[in-house]
Design a protein. Sequence first.
Lengths: 146, 96
Amino acid sequence: MNQAQPSRSAAQAALAEAAIRTSQVRRADRQLGWMLAVLASMDLVIAGLMSAAFHVVGPAVLAVYLVAIALVVVVLVRVRVYSRTGLQLFSVSATPFTLWNALVSGVSLAARWWGPAQPGYHFGISAVIGVLPLLVGIWLLFRKSS
Amino acid sequence: MSHPRHELDDLLGHPVRFSVVAMLAAAERAEFGFVRDNVEVTDSVLSKQMSSLEQAGYVKVSKGFVGNRPRTWLSLTKGGRRRFERHMNALREIAL
């Protein structure tokens, strides 16, 4: 219990101070958005490469994959704060992306619809669909932090 | 006792402690260095305030590593979050 009464202006200043601290945390949540952006870029570049020339792009796909993983790790190491909402947005975006890719890979392999003889647009269409939740997550994370 | 001042928390009356707890209230958890840099205090000032907040059960301190680098993470406990909310509600009433 507190017997001292802060003035109205002191209370307003304290509320303003709290709002500043909240905005600093929200701004930092952008790093989660950058991680999603790296994943989305990786997915689209790999799908583009595979759609264009599936049988010759193995090393290029591997390089894109490794660069993307390195970038995600760099951002991850730099994350010094995150909000619960930011983490939820990240998870809600990344989970359907991962599940969709697993589903596409699994079904393609099971149906033997994955090889040089098959149409390349398969990868492009799958990637565009898979990347949608990431784009929504990126938009929401950046909107929240602005 | 209906006056809002009775809902104010003595521990949060300190400006540095208030800023730290306000930041942690917005975060799931925050790294010690992030809080220090944004609240603009020295390591020793923040450590001292964190000790009193931790002893009072407002804040949880956990240590870990990212690669070889040691990291200290700070987060509000449920009780700390509740007390901060009550403190903020009292401030809002006073500020009206």
